[in-house]
Write a protein of this length. Structure first.
Length: 114
C-alpha cells in the first residue's frame, strides 16, 4: 500500500481512507491524525498530552472510526528478518547503509507473505 497507490478498497471505511489521503497529499493546512509506516505496516494516531509538549503518537490496532481490526504491525519481524537474513543488528544507526532498499517499503513483507 504505497502512498501513490492508495485506493479506497485498501481501507475499512471512507473516513480512514480520507485521513491517510491527507497524509499522502502532505497538505499542511489539513494535517492527518493518522501516521502510516509502510515498512512496518504500522498505523499510529497522533496524541497531544499537553499544549506545551511535543506531539506523541501511539500504535492503533483498530480503526478509530468503524472499529475494524487493522493488520498486525511488523516491527519485530522487520528487525528479526534483517538479522537472520542479512546479519544486520543495528539497522537504524550503525548498519543503516547495509539495509536493502526493499526494507524501507512494503516490498519485504509482501515478498515473505506477511
Amino acid at each position: 500500500m504505497e502512498y501513490n497507490k492508495i485506493i479506497i478498497s485498501d481501507f475499512c471505511c471512507n473516513k480512514f481512507y480520507k485521513e491517510v489521503q491527507l497524509l499522502k497529499d502532505n497538505n499542511p493546512t489539513k494535517a492527518s491524525s493518522i501516521i502510516y509506516d509502510i515498512s512496518w505496516r504500522d498505523f499510529t494516531i497522533k496524541c497531544i498530552y499537553h499544549p506545551n509538549e511535543q506531539d506523541m503518537a501511539t500504535t492503533i490496532s483498530h480503526c478509530p472510526w468503524c472499529g475494524t481490526k487493522l493488520p498486525r504491525e511488523l516491527s519485530d519481524e522487520w528487525y528479526d528478518t534483517l538479522e537472520k537474513e542479512y546479519n544486520i543488528t543495528d539497522p537504524i544507526v550503525d548498519d543503516r547503509k547495509k539495509v536493502p532498499p526493499e526494507f524501507w517499503t512494503d516490498e519485504w513483507w509482501k515478498k515473505r507473505g506477511l
